[in-house]
Write a protein that binds this ligand. Structure first.
Ligand code: CMP
Length: 138
């Protein structure tokens, strides 16, 4: 069990003006912000980040969407962070997300689902390192 996870606020939530409310929710739920930045993925970088989904039918759509606008990326810290954060964001498909979860509140579809959350400690490290480096001092 690790205390850190990685998240992205996706282009749909950014465009729809939900970034502030979503970050506020992270903090209110007890996540400490270890690192945070606004950035934009190129098609190439989005493809690299989601390379694990390369064979999926939605890969092209996912890469196009994730490179379609600015995003906010962050590393968050809390006890049992990966599982606690996945509970907070809810199911990948907002139609199946529990009431009060971030995706239930802000996502529009399975593809445009407002936020990303790492699915394991190992991926949290890999994904965090994709955007941030030299965080040991925190
Ligand atoms: P995320 O948790 O960021 O990681 C993989 C993403 O693929 C996922 O969120 C969804 O946004 C996206 N995804 C999963 N299933 C589908 C699907 N059936 N159609 C489009 N996008 C999908």
């Amino acid at each position: 069990m690790s205390n850190r996870t990685f998240t992205m606020i996706k282009p749909d939530a950014m465009r729809n003006g939900h970034a502030g409310a979503i970050i506020d929710r992270f903090i209110k739920e007890g996540f400490r912000i270890v690192a945070l930045k606004q950035t934009k993925l190129s098609v190439e970088k989005a493809g690299e980040f989601y390379a694990v989904h390369k064979e999926r039918p939605f890969y092209g759509e996912l890469v196009d969407f994730m490179s379609s606008g600015v995003i906010i990326t962050a590393i968050l810290e809390k006890e049992n962070a990966v599982a606690a954060f996945r509970e907070l964001i809810g199911a990948t498909n907002p139609a199946q997300a529990a009431e009060g979860t971030i995706r239930k509140l802000y996502a529009t579809s399975v593809g445009e689902n407002a936020v990303h959350g790492s699915d394991s400690d190992e991926n949290a490290k890999i994904e965090g390192a994709f955007f941030f480096s030299g965080l040991e001092q925190f």
